[in-house]
Design a protein around this ligand. Structure first.
Ligand SMILES: [Zn+2]
Length: 111
């Protein structure tokens, strides 16, 4: 979703808003922001932007090599899921952990 940030008070408004819902300033000349950029909010106000960074080719190569090593890959997946400073990588790590867990359960149930 697109949105507008008030120039006057920093309030987060919907893209279609004409006046700020907090201070009533005009949002006519405020440009809509598109949302690969997530606003970082503090008590309802946008205080900054969380730029979703692209994962580079080199990072993917390191991640894929590390996640191919048995045992070590479990540690790496936990780091990717919770420590890495990138939402896409965090989701990749969490998804992999879920699949690994399901795989281990199936192995012990039927193996
Ligand atoms: Zn405002």
């Amino acid at each position: 979703m697109a949105h507008k940030i008030c120039k006057n008070c920093g309030e987060f408004n919907s893209a279609s808003a004409i006046y700020c819902c907090n201070c009533n300033s005009s949002l006519r000349d405020v440009k809509k922001r598109e949302d690969a950029i997530d606003p970082i909010k503090f008590s309802g106000k946008a205080v900054g932007y969380n730029y979703s960074e692209e994962v580079t080719l080199g990072e993917w190569i390191i991640i894929l090599i590390l996640s191919a090593i048995p045992i070590l890959n479990l540690i790496v997946l936990v780091l990717l899921a919770f420590v890495w400073n990138n939402t896409s990588i965090n989701n990749f790590g969490k998804a992999s952990l879920i699949l690994v867990t399901i795989g281990i359960l199936i192995y012990f149930l039927f193996g």
